[in-house]
Design a protein around this ligand. Structure first.
Ligand code: S3P
Length: 197
């Protein structure tokens, strides 16, 4: 029989109670990990704004990321990315999707770790490849075989993404399900922050 707390099937202490975020949630992971798709859903669920760092970089630069790479090179792109993410991290809490290389830059990573809760959306090569192969706008995937590039970036970057506060597997399952798993992982992480060691 349902107790008072379970009236209407809702218990204030259960997994569906609202999650309030003390600071920005920054999503990290490789191209195709689902940072934008999951980020938008997560923002809706948390009642927070969604911000895509790559869109903000393009807005600030007045041109596309592919054009920034072409005209100025990757190092300048990373410097711009660092400036934009630094500014965004000083804004009120929101869900921030970051480009795949942002967390790999040591300074950008330090800023994100200091000012946000970081979530790595970890995905297997076939999942990543399946998602990126339909679109051609990513400069790093234009140099050589995209699957090989992704495999190389996995080897280089996965040990670094693993430093994120929270890790959630991004699989071929529906994005709403993965979003749910991110919320539960965030809840568990924030609980450990509250509990003194
Ligand atoms: C990059 C990922 C891209 C974009 C740029 C570089 C990377 O963002 O920032 O092309 O270094 O992995 P997405 O991860 O959103 O595709």
């Amino acid at each position: 029989m349902a107790g008072m707390g379970d009236i209407h099937g809702f218990n204030a202490m259960d997994a569906r109670s609202p999650l309030s975020l003390p600071r920005t949630v920054a999503l990290v992971g490789l191209m195709g990990a689902g940072k934008s798709a999951i980020g938008k859903r997560l923002a809706m669920r948390l009642g927070l704004p969604f911000v895509d760092a790559d869109d903000e970089i393009e807005r600030a630069a007045g041109c596309s990321i592919a054009e920034i790479f072409e005209k100025y090179g990757e190092a300048d792109f990373r410097a711009g990315e660092r400036r934009v993410i630094s500014r965004l991290l000083d804004e009120p809490p929101h869900v921030l999707s970051t480009g795949g290389g942002a967390y790999i830059d040591p300074e950008t990573r330090a800023l994100m770790r200091a000012k946000a809760v970081t979530v790595w959306l970890r995905a297997e090569l076939d999942v990543l490849f399946d998602r990126v192969r339909k679109r051609a706008h990513r400069p790093l995937l234009r140099n050589g075989d995209p699957k090989e590039v992704l495999a190389r970036l996995m080897t280089q970057r996965y040990p670094i993404y693993a430093e994120a506060d929270v890790v959630v597997d991004s699989t071929a399952q529906p994005a709403d399900r993965t979003t749910e798993q991110v919320i539960e992982a965030l809840r568990a992480h924030l609980q450990t922050e509250k509990t003194p060691a």
